[in-house]
Ligand binder design. Structure first.
Ligand SMILES: [Zn+2]
Length: 394
């Protein structure tokens, strides 16, 4: 059996949604799929066994954080990420590029690569398309991503074009370099092009034609309005090859997952479901609730009646509310498990609807029932995360 394959099991007649199966050496992934994000080789507060029980079939780990601490060589010495974190299912690692671009003044870009100073100790590092292939080979994930340039929102047309062209040149260098490492790893290309429809379409064609195992769409969900994000996908998807899996990088709220599937995406990763859980935001059929709200104080039922997660099967809302109010450790685990299970159950339902030929109706009903967090709440949430991040660094 080849280490990586993708087959399409069903297509939606009314939208661009498809249901597929990805086979890897560590197991099968049925798509569309949500990937919990394990930045530091751990999905925060949740063990690998709990992830498995929640239905996770693939997780994402961040190259940038792991190369700095504990170091990719150390992880390699422990048999790679699967053995190190005791997760025997498929893993995807990103290239580290996105985090490096977020470092702002701490990084410097050239044709060779991205030079940056560690946010931990200020030490100097250089990420190149070649060194990223070596680091990801040491981490040993099943699916890996090449170094790319993620343009800021907003950016000029020149910045958009130059970033995209360099991303394409780096894609070729990554393809050439990976042959000297672990060729059983599935390398995905990354489509860029910022917020220029013609560039997005062109990048989708160029990356789609390179010999990558799959295609990731990067540089979206970086602060632009949602309408712009979907508009870009409307230009990208038709230009992509049909027979490769498509990963929409960094997108994964419930409503964005459903909309992204309808625009032809198969794989989604996002830290949002676990991050909002840690801040009290739990997903329900009707939208996100704040579990610390007073109305939950004496409620006896589960967070959501139809939820089959470990938390909902065993604990009342009142108890989870109490744990969240008192900032108990157990809350972070129970809240995260609920949101992860919610996303994975949603993915199964979406997949079943595509196979049954009822996805368009499913999408419309889901989006009608689900009230997204208002923009003001999201803004407040972003500020809280930024403050928490600053506190972590201090
Ligand atoms: Zn639940």
């Amino acid at each position: 059996m080849p280490p990586f394959s993708f087959t399409i099991d069903a297509r939606c007649a009314d939208t661009w949604a498809r249901a597929g199966t990805i086979a890897t050496a560590h197991g099968v992934i049925e798509t569309p799929i949500f990937m919990p994000v394990g930045t530091q080789a751990t999905v925060k507060s949740v063990s690998s066994e709990e992830l498995r029980e929640a239905g996770a079939t693939i997780i994402l780990a961040n190259t940038y954080h792991l190369m700095l601490r504990p170091g990719s060589q150390l992880i390699s010495d422990f048999g790679g990420l699967h053995a190190f974190m005791h997760w025997d299912g498929p893993i995807l690692t990103d290239s580290g590029g996105f985090q490096v671009f977020s470092l702002g003044h701490l990084r410097k870009l050239s044709e060779e690569g991205a030079a940056f100073k560690s946010h931990l100790d200020g030490s100097a590092h250089l990420l190149t398309p070649e060194s990223v292939m070596r680091i990801e080979a040491e981490l040993g994930a099943d699916i890996i991503l090449p170094l790319d340039i993620c343009a800021a929102y907003p950016c000029t047309s020149t910045e958009a074009r130059e970033g995209m062209e360099r991303t394409h040149r780096w894609a070729e260098r990554a393809l050439a370099a990976r042959d000297s490492y672990r060729t059983e790893q599935a390398l995905f290309g990354i489509v860029q092009g910022a917020f220029e429809p013609e560039l997005r379409q062109y990048s989708a064609q160029v990356i789609g034609n390179m010999p990558f195992a799959g295609v990731a769409v990067g540089g979206l969900s970086v602060g632009e309005p949602k309408a712009v994000l979907w508009e870009m996908l409307r230009h990208v998807t038709p230009a992509l090859p049909e027979d490769k899996p498509r990963h929409l990088l960094g997108v994964g709220s419930p409503e964005d997952f459903v909309t992204g599937v309808s625009l032809g995406m198969d794989m989604f990763d996002c830290a949002l479901p676990t991050r909002v859980a840690r801040h009290g935001g739990l997903f329900t059929r009707h939208g996100r609730v704040n579990i610390t709200a007073a109305r939950f104080r004496v409620e006896r039922g589960p967070i959501e009646v139809e939820c089959d997660c470990y938390t909902c099967r065993n604990y009342s809302v009142a108890y989870v509310h109490h744990l969240a109010r008192t900032e108990e450790q157990l809350y972070y685990r129970l809240g995260s498990i609920h949101n992860i299970r919610y996303m994975l159950r949603l993915a199964s339902e979406v997949r079943a609807a595509i196979r049954a030929g009822t996805f368009a109706a499913f999408r419309d009903k889901f989006l009608a029932d689900y009230t997204p967090a208002p923009e003001a709440v999201r803004e407040e949430q972003r500020e809280k995360w930024k403050m928490a991040r600053r506190a972590n660094k201090a």
